[in-house]
Design a protein around this ligand. Sequence first.
Ligand code: CMP
Length: 135
Amino acid sequence: MAERTLAIIKPDAVKKKAAGKIIQRIEEEGFTISALKMLHITKEEAEGFYAVHKDKPFFNSVTDFMSSGPIIVMILEGESAINHWRRVMGKTDPAMAEPGTLRHSYGFDIQFNGMHGSDAPETATFEIGYFFKDE
Ligand code: CMP
């Protein structure tokens, strides 16, 4: 089923200049990038985005991290885009991610893991709307 998901290239991957290679992989995987922008979010915007994690021990540090530098947010479209993008990223913890996945190649640890993807259709709707309100 054709679907949309939100992908984010996080501050660590932007800083290490991996964004081009990540976008190239996205295109090679057959996704259509239907929207893309670079932005530097505030701590409050990161807290709103990760609100589902507000009771987790890593909430403060992940929202500091996500507001620490520019990110690239994209809407990816394609057949089963949510699960497809999650497979291409690999497991949340790069140490557990399979060789060939983007987090294996560009992630550092469970927090500085290079990129984000929506985990379900309802999350994708919320996350796309969070960054692409007008579009
Ligand atoms: P992401 O897929 O964007 O979803 C939530 C983010 O929180 C996750 O990637 C990591 O960047 C971060 N995260 C998840 N689990 C942990 C953890 N145990 N410790 C630190 N950061 C985490």
